[in-house]
Ligand binder design. Structure first.
Ligand code: GKR
Ligand code: MG
Length: 435
C-alpha cells in the first residue's frame, strides 16, 4: 500500500488586493455605472506553497471586514470552512453600514451585517476551494460533489447605455456604442450573439418609462423569435405597473425579474399573473426564503455565491428551491474571471439549474487573469483543471491596484446615483415605485 503524499494545507497568509476595473456607462434605475468599479481580489496561501484565488465586492465596507475575517482563516486548514462561517458571526460590523439601509450599488435589498460578512466570506471560501483543488489535483466542481454538465449556459445581459462616460471624465473607451431605444437594444443583442453566441437575453430595465421598455422587449422578440427573454427593473414598478407589463409581455417573457420591491408586492403581482417572477432582491438570504415561498411570491431565485456566502451555500439554496419546486438560476453584478470561474463550477454541480445564468463579464474589458474565460454558443466550458482552473496575472493585478491607490476616494465605493450626477447634477436616487 502506498502512503499518500502529505500536504500541509494550513493557511499561512491571506493577501487582500483592492482594485478598480473599467466599467462602461451602463444604466439602471438608480443611475449609471461609474467609469471604474471596485473589486477585491483574495489570495489564500497554504503551507505547501499553494495559492488559491477569490473575488468579491471591493467597496470600503467590504474591505473593512475582509482583514478581520481573513485573520480568522490564518492558521486553520484550508478545508476547515464550516468553523470559519460560525466564527465570522463574532466579527463586528460597523452599525452605520447596516442601519436598515438599502444597498446602493448592489440593488439587492436591505443591507444587513450577515450579508456583509457572507459577501466577504464567499471570496475566502472560493480561494480555499481553489487552493484545496490545486493542491489535491482536483477541479473545484469535484470538491463540490462533481459536475452534472460540461458547459454552463449564460444569457446576454443587455443594458441601456450611453456611447461613453461624460466628457472630461477619466474612463476607458468601449466599442459597444449607445443603446437608448428599441433599435439600440436589438443592435446590442446582435453584437452579443455575434461575439459570444448567446441565445437568451435579459434587459436591465427601470431606466425608461415602462412603455418604452415594453417596446424594446417586443423588438427583441421580433428580432429573436422564440428565444428566452427577461426584463429586470430592480423593483422600480408599482404592483399595477408590474401587472400591466406582465399582461403586455406575458407571451414572450421567460420571467419577469423583481418588477416590484419586496416580498408582499411580489406576492401580489404573482397572485395576479401567470408570468413567472424571478428575484435577486427579495430572497437574498436563507432567512427570507420562508415568507417568500409560503406566499408563492417568486418562481425563480437568482442565487449569487458572493452574497449567499459561497459555493456550498449556493448548493444549499438550490436544494431548498428544489424541495419547494422553485426554479434557480444565477444573478450577477460587475465581476471578473475569478468569479465567473467560481460561478461556472458551482452551476455545473446544480442539477436543477434550468435557466441560463446572468453574467456581466462581457462588459469587463479588463481582468486579472493570464487568460480570459470565453463563451462559446453562450456557454462557458467547465474546467477540469485543478482548482478553479484560472491563473493570476500579477502585473495586471498590480496595475489595477495602482489605479485604486491613485483614486482620491471618489470611486472606491460604487455609487451609480453619484455617477449619474456627473452628467445630470439634478439627479436624485428615484423614490420607489418609480412608475
Ligand atoms: O449592474 O446595474 C447593474 C445591475 O443592476 C446590478 O447592480 C444588479 O445587481 O444585475 C443585478 C440585478 O440583476 O439586479
Ligand atoms: Mg436582478
Amino acid at each position: 500500500m502506498t502512503t499518500p503524499p502529505s500536504r500541509d494545507l494550513t493557511v499561512t497568509e491571506v493577501r487582500l488586493t483592492p482594485i478598480l476595473v473599467a466599467d462602461p456607462p451602463l444604466l439602471n434605475t438608480q443611475g449609471v455605472h461609474q467609469p471604474y468599479t471596485p473589486r477585491l481580489i483574495v489570495e489564500v496561501v497554504t503551507a505547501d506553497g499553494t495559492t488559491g484565488l477569490g473575488e468579491t465586492y471591493g467597496d470600503t465596507k467590504y474591505l473593512d471586514l475582509a482583514r478581520p475575517l481573513a485573520d480568522r482563516l490564518v492558521g486553520r486548514r484550508a478545508g476547515d470552512l464550516n468553523r470559519l462561517f460560525t466564527e465570522a458571526d463574532a466579527v463586528a460590523v460597523d452599525a452605520d453600514q447596516v442601519s436598515g439601509k438599502v444597498d446602493v450599488g448592489g440593488l439587492r435589498g436591505v443591507q444587513t451585517a450577515d450579508k456583509l460578512r457572507l459577501s466577504v466570506l464567499s471570496a475566502l471560501e472560493v480561494a480555499c476551494l481553489d487552493a484545496l483543488g490545486k493542491s489535491l489535483g482536483l477541479p473545484v466542481h469535484a470538491l463540490l460533489g462533481g459536475k452534472v454538465r460540461d458547459t454552463v449556459d449564460y444569457s446576454a445581459y443587455l443594458f441601456y447605455k450611453w456611447a461613453g462616460h461624460p466628457e472630461g471624465v477619466r474612463a476607458e473607451k468601449d466599442d459597444w456604442g449607445a443603446a437608448l431605444d428599441p433599435a439600440g437594444v436589438v443592435a446590442q443583442a446582435r453584437t452579443f450573439t455575434e461575439r459570444y453566441g448567446f441565445t437568451s437575453f435579459k434587459l436591465k430595465g427601470g431606466v425608461f418609462p415602462p412603455d418604452e421598455e415594453i417596446a424594446a422587449v417586443r423588438a427583441l422578440a421580433a428580432a429573436f423569435p422564440g428565444h428566452p427573454l427577461r426584463l429586470d427593473p430592480n423593483g422600480a414598478w408599482s404592483v399595477e405597473t408590474s401587472l400591466k407589463v406582465a399582461g403586455e409581455l406575458g407571451d414572450v417573457l421567460e420571467y419577469l425579474e423583481d418588477p416590484a420591491l419586496g416580498t408582499p408586492a411580489m406576492a401580489e403581482v404573482a397572485a395576479r399573473t401567470g408570468v413567472p417572477l424571478a428575484t435577486n432582491m427579495c430572497v437574498t438570504t436563507f432567512a427570507e426564503i420562508k415568507e417568500a415561498f409560503t406566499r408563492d411570491a417568486v418562481q425563480v431565485v437568482l442565487s449569487d455565491h458572493h452574497y449567499w456566502g459561497g459555493l456550498r451555500n449556493t448548493q444549499q439554496l438550490a436544494a431548498v428551491c428544489r424541495t419547494f419546486g422553485v426554479g434557480v438560476s444565477m444573478h450577477s453584478n460587475t465581476h471578473l474571471g475569478i468569479s465567473l470561474a467560481a460561478m461556472t463550477h458551482v452551476a455545473a454541480t446544480v442539477p436543477n439549474l434550468h435557466h441560463a445564468c446572468d453574467s456581466h463579464y462581457p462588459w469587463q474589458s479588463e481582468d486579472v487573469l493570464t487568460e480570459r474565460l470565453t463563451f462559446e454558443n453562450g456557454a462557458v466550458r467547465v474546467s477540469d483543471a485543478p482548482g478553479l482552473g484560472v491563473e493570476l496575472d500579477r502585473d495586471r493585478l498590480a496595475a489595477l491596484h495602482r489605479r485604486w491607490l491613485d483614486d482620491d476616494g471618489t470611486l472606491r465605493d460604487r455609487d451609480d446615483a453619484a455617477a449619474m450626477r456627473v452628467a445630470h447634477p439634478e439627479w436624485e436616487t428615484p423614490a420607489v415605485p418609480r412608475w
